[in-house]
Write a protein of this length. Structure first.
Length: 189
């Protein structure tokens, strides 16, 4: 992977056309602009006032895009110190209100005291194969609002196992990526 730093453009909302500085970290794989545009078109009716969790945040582009479009707040979880610092710097430089960064591993974060989120971005590093484990912890740990939306990004041909009460709302493919939006229903007792 390219080790040079780069930039990502926010595509909509109050921060439209703002640039995020991106550190040149191995394995950092920002969600492509075309995929973000499709995703946020899907989410347009439900983003205003949403509480957002950007799990495995990386650049934070998904959570910042959500804040730009009216989300009430976003928690960014990113264990890499350089990426977490770049994320904090971007939030400060853009004067983003409502963003908090937790510089911790996603699994460790999900073992802490839960709070319910309306929208979760689940995009772990592909090489770690964490989708099913993290999805299970989100569902069982009290991290999801009753009718939460969950975005899952994975390799093109991979369909991660998700909890039975998550219903596929929409999906797409771009390059080597499969992206899917799920809607949570309350589990049967």
């Amino acid at each position: 992977m390219n080790s040079r730093p780069g930039r990502i453009r926010i595509i909509g909302g109050s921060l439209r056309n703002s640039r995020l500085e991106v550190p040149g970290q191995p394995g950092l794989r920002p969600t492509p602009e075309r995929v973000r545009e499709t995703l946020f078109n899907w989410l347009a009716p439900m983003i205003e006032g949403a509480r957002v969790l950007d799990l495995c945040a990386g650049t934070g582009a998904l959570g910042i895009e959500a804040l730009s479009r009216g989300a009430a707040g976003a928690c960014f979880v990113e264990p890499d110190a350089l990426a977490a610092r770049a994320l904090r710097d971007n939030l400060a430089r853009l004067k983003v209100v409502g963003g908090e960064v937790a510089a911790v591993d996603a699994q460790a974060f999900l073992r802490s005291a839960a709070r319910a989120f309306d929208l979760v971005f689940l995009d772990p590093p592909f090489a770690l194969d964490l989708w099913s484990a993290l999805a299970g912890r989100l569902e069982q740990g009290g991290w999801l609002a009753a009718r939460a939306w969950i975005y899952v990004e994975s390799p093109r041909e991979a369909i991660p196992a998700v909890p039975a009460n998550w219903t596929l709302h929409r999906e797409g493919r771009a390059g080597e990526v499969r992206f899917a939006l799920y809607r949570r229903a309350l589990p049967l007792s």
